[in-house]
Design a protein around this ligand. Structure first.
Ligand SMILES: O=P(O)(O)OC[C@H]1O[C@H](O)[C@H](O)[C@@H](O)[C@@H]1O
Length: 280
């Protein structure tokens, strides 16, 4: 069904999706998780996002690939026992509603809102909206507003899976300083230069870089970050084999570069915070 000239309702697996296709680019968003599944600007027709060929598209578990939304905690930092609450929070596993579409110059923006923002592990009043703007670039912005009477603390991430031609020949530019290394018991380690990949990588960079670049042999993908306190870099490498919705070789073609709040953002009543990532 047509929502507007540039926005169509569609389906992928068992999921309802929106396809946005305008003069500058094309993207598909699943309403399950307000999850951006793909983005291809028309000027080079190159898919920027990686979606696992084994992603579960039944709406029963979070989608592996694209842009998962983590909120109101990151990973398992919810303060309870690991596994007691869903990894990365509860926005990525609920059905969102399309509340607005806007056409401006040649770009299209859709606004989505989740069904609920209060759940086990987060007992506060908050409004959350996601806007996705499709043009020559993809802009994804997650805004949290405290609508209650007390302050709360939250974490969040735009957990984007980028397509890379070959991870072993990919370089990440733009990060400096130390990172916290999850695969070395959270040791603080100096960011390598050049930043290349040859093993499992799971790092929280506290560098608030505003721009990072994925450099591949034939292309570059530019990633701009806003409203974050850290950037997470993840590639499971050999452990991809034990992830049910990836295969043993899936790690070769993806890298997560995540615009994140991992240090706990405090939001006072009526205040808002927007976490935004722009992909070019
Ligand atoms: O499997 P998921 O819950 O989607 O998490 C996938 C990955 O997300 C982040 O990048 C974390 O830093 C990783 O430790 C985690 O494995």
């Amino acid at each position: 069904m047509t929502v507007s000239t540039f926005v169509q309702e569609s389906r992928r697996g068992e999921l309802a999706t929106l396809i946005i296709d305008n003069a500058l680019g094309r993207a598909e968003i699943a309403l399950f998780g307000a999850h951006v599944l793909s983005f291809t600007p028309h000027h080079d027709n190159r898919q920027r996002l990686w979606l696992s060929p084994h992603a579960d598209l039944s709406g029963k578990k979070p989608i592996r690939g694209g842009v998962p939304l983590c909120w109101p905690w990151f990973s398992n930092d919810h303060g309870r026992e690991q596994g007691e609450l869903p990894s990365h929070g509860f926005l990525r596993s609920q059905i969102w509603s399309l509340t607005d579409t806007e056409q401006k110059d040649e770009t299209t923006t859709v606004t989505l809102t989740p069904d609920h923002t209060r759940s086990d592990g987060f007992d506060y009043s908050a409004d959350v909206t996601l806007t996705v703007t499709v043009g020559r670039e993809l802009e994804v912005a997650l805004t949290t507003t405290n609508t209650g009477k007390e302050a709360f603390t939250f974490n969040a991430a735009l957990h984007t899976y980028f397509n890379v031609d070959n991870i072993a020949e990919t370089r990440l530019e733009g990060l400096t300083g130390k990172y916290k290394d999850k695969v070395s018991n959270w040791a603080e380690v100096e960011t390598p230069s050049p930043y290349t990949f040859s093993r499992e990588t799971d790092r929280i960079h506290l560098d608030k870089a505003e721009q990072t670049t994925l450099c591949m042999n034939a292309h570059q993908t530019l990633i701009r970050h806003y409203g974050h306190d850290s950037i997470v870099v993840w590639n499971p490498w050999g452990s991809a084999a034990s992830i049910s919705d990836m295969d043993a070789f899936g790690y070769k073609h993806m890298l997560c570069v995540e615009t994140a709040i991992t240090q706990g953002a405090v939001l006072q009543p009526l205040d808002s915070r927007t976490l935004k990532q722009i992909v070019a």
